[in-house]
Structure formats: C-alpha cells, structure tokens
Design a protein around this ligand. Structure first.
Ligand code: GRF
Length: 212
C-alpha cells in the first residue's frame, strides 16, 4: 500500500476531501502522516479527529533548509511515497524538492500559468477573465511552475465575489486533487519536459465527479 504525506497550514478542506476518498477506497493509498506548520490549523485538528497521525512542526526561528530537513525526515520516517501540499503556505527549498523528485503535488486555485502566487481568485476576478479554475501540478524549484497533472475550468460570473468564485473553484479542487493523486500513484503519467503525458488510464474507471 502506497503512503501519502499531507502538508497543510490552514482550513484543510482539500486534505479532508482526499481523506474521504482514501476512506472510501477510491484512492489506493493510506495517509501515513499529516504535517502542519501552524499549530492552530483547523486541518490539523480535523486530521487528529479522524484518527490520523498528525503533527505540528514549528518553523519559528529556523532557516528554510533546516525546517525542510526536519519535514523531510518525518516524511521519510513514515515511508511516504507521495507528498501532497494542501494549502501549505511555505515555498519549498530545493533540498526538499530534490528529496522527493517528481513526487510532490500542489493544488493552486487558478489555471496556471495564469495567476500564480497568493490570492489567485482575486487576481482572476480583478483581471476580468471569463474562465478560471484550478490546477494540480508537480512541485519543482519555482513557485507554481511545475508540470501540470490536472486542471478544471470554472466560469467567472458577472456577479461573482472572491468568496463565491472561490467556493466554486474549491469544489473542483476537491475533485481533481484526488484524480491527480490516483494518476501519480498508479504511474499513469510520464513527465516529458513540462508535459505530464497520460500513458495509461487509472484502474477501475474511477470518477470523483460529485453526485448530481
Ligand atoms: C486552496 O484554495 C488551495 O488551492 C490553495 O490553498 C487553499 C487551501 O484550502 N493552495 P484548504 O486548506 O484545502 O481548505
């Protein structure tokens, strides 16, 4: 059984969606460890409530590489195969990225390469795009720059606020993050330069589409 490591800093709704799909047997893995860099992250408390191994690792006063080497050590101690960033509000050092080559996923609430960085939904709204969405990508040494595994498109409505748009994007985030995890775990994609190319469909014809 493959082992997932989840890193989060806040609400943890993406983590919860992943955890529910793991519990339902839709993701062929177990969550070995949840790590938060924030002691008060609701996602950390939720992970504990769900009976998962979940730890707070403080980054206070630590150099980026020192902190990252602690996180990497915990992930390795739990024999993690795939690292999932789920609202983890830190940029990973090259040391971290090289410790899990092409084995770290991130979710971003925009159609990359549009609107990288913080407040992506607000950026999209202010720019005036008619469509935005979300992206699951492999983490490389840049910020929101790695090869794209899955994307979903969300229309921007004239009366959208940052909140209403974010809510609709989040529903798609919850769906495509699990899709991307399955593709990675089952070695369904091959990385060719910047492109993540599908080499075989995931087994079982899984679908994470919400019920109508
Ligand atoms: C999501 O919008 C995700 O795309 C971004 O941070 C947010 C995390 O939300 N990286 P949650 O903590 O998973 O609810």
């Amino acid at each position: 059984m493959k082992q997932l490591g989840i890193l989060l800093s806040g609400r943890g709704s993406n983590f919860e969606a992943i955890a529910r799909n793991v519990e339902a047997g839709k993701i062929p893995a177990r969550i070995a460890i949840v790590i938060s860099n924030r002691e008060d992250a609701p996602g950390l408390a939720r992970a504990k409530e769900m009976g998962l191994k979940a730890v707070y690792l403080s980054s206070k006063g630590k150099e980026r590489e020192t902190y990252d080497s602690e996180v990497v050590a915990v992930l390795r101690a739990h024999q993690v195969d795939l690292v999932c960033l789920a609202g983890f509000m830190r940029v990973l050092s090259p040391y971290f990225v090289r410790a899990f080559p092409q084995r770290i996923l991130n979710i971003h609430p925009a159609l990359l390469p549009a609107f990288p960085g913080l407040n992506a939904q607000k950026q999209a709204l202010e720019y005036g795009v008619k469509f935005t969405g979300c992206t699951v990508h492999l983490v490389d040494e840049g910020v929101d720059t790695g090869p794209i595994v899955c994307q979903a498109v969300v229309p921007v409505l004239d009366d959208d606020t940052v909140e209403t748009l974010s809510d609709r994007i989040l529903k798609e985030e919850h769906r495509i993050y699990s899709d991307a995890i399955c593709l990675m775990l089952e070695d369904c994609i091959r990385i060719e330069g910047r492109r993540a190319v599908l080499v075989q469909p995931p087994s079982g014809g899984r679908s994470f589409h919400p019920e109508p």
